[in-house]
Design a protein around this ligand. Structure first.
Ligand code: NI
Length: 289
């Protein structure tokens, strides 16, 4: 397959279910994006939202923030993604995940395939972009290598205090922690993982926040199993039409972008929270009126 990752990197990804580190941008630029993001979360605008994590950052940040749009469409990143899923690439989601200093927030062991409802995991890759250094101390993600080869494993919903997963969906499999691999990477570096790769993360025991932007790319042939969905073309062509197209933002939180984000989130939340309580859906017009 074409693209910019080396044959060894692609082989490691296929064997282990992940590959890192891969440098996307200089450290200083990534740190600045992370700092700007954290400043935004403290702004009056963000405070207008009762649940800003769900309403602004979680699933489709690239539809409303130009910095996130620039990352998901970065030609270098797309070259690397092309090595893993081919030359036709859609952005299916992108979300910012952060853990405050000394936050007890954690993520249970899970496979992302569990609630994504996509029919072909081989055509999907998640790019985990570090906007601060990701360290053992600040609760970086860990992978269980090789277990993606088992395909989808049963999960049980165990939503508990501090759990960041939407439904607390936890893998029903004994994970040997000693055999797991922590994603220790610098700000500006990326870790790629397969949709079936089990992963989780612990609390942030450090004095610094941990911020990362996770982008999910899909090949257009990948079908959403649960009906209507939308995505944004990043490279090549969509010859399948499984996803309604999404527009790129012209400016941060511009009215057209907010309207597109609200429509896209309504479709996606209906899929992800199927059978579970829906989070408060975005109501940008009410917030901004
Ligand atoms: Ni995950």
């Amino acid at each position: 397959m074409a693209g910019s990752l080396s044959a060894d990197a692609v082989a490691a990804y296929r064997r282990d279910g992940f590959h890192f580190p891969w440098r996307l941008m200089p450290r200083e630029r990534a740190l600045r994006i992370g700092e700007d993001f954290l400043a935004f979360t403290r702004s009056d605008v963000a405070r207008r939202y009762p649940d800003p994590q769900n309403q602004l950052y979680l699933l489709k940040a690239h539809l409303i923030f130009t910095w996130a749009d620039a990352i998901v469409h970065d030609p270098g990143l797309l070259d690397a993604v092309e090595s893993l899923i081919g030359p036709d690439i859609l952005v299916w989601s992108s979300g910012v995940f952060w853990k405050a200093p000394h936050s007890g927030a954690y993520v249970s062991w899970h496979q992302d395939s569990t609630n994504f409802e996509l029919d072909d995991a081989e055509g999907v890759v998640r790019a985990w972009v570090a906007l601060t250094p990701a360290t053992l101390a600040n609760g970086t993600m860990r992978f269980a290598p090789g277990l993606h080869a088992r395909g989808q494993v049963r999960h049980v919903d165990r939503k508990a205090e501090g759990e960041l997963l939407s439904r607390g969906e936890t893998i029903d499999l004994e994970i040997d922690e000693a055999a797991t691999v922590p994603v220790v990477i610098d700000a500006g570096e990326v870790s790629f993982h397969h949709l079936h790769t089990p992963h989780g993360s612990g609390p942030n025991a450090s004095d610094q926040p941990r911020v990362n932007h996770v982008v999910t790319y899909v090949a257009p042939k990948v079908r959403p199993i649960r009906g209507a969905d939308s995505a944004q073309l990043a490279r090549g062509q969509d010859r399948f039409g499984h996803y309604a197209p999404e527009p790129r933002p012209k400016a941060d939180l511009d009215p057209a972008a907010l309207a597109a984000h609200e429509s896209a989130m309504a479709l996606r939340n209906a899929i992800i929270y199927r059978g579970a309580p829906l989070p408060q859906a975005p109501r940008h017009a009410e917030v901004w009126s």
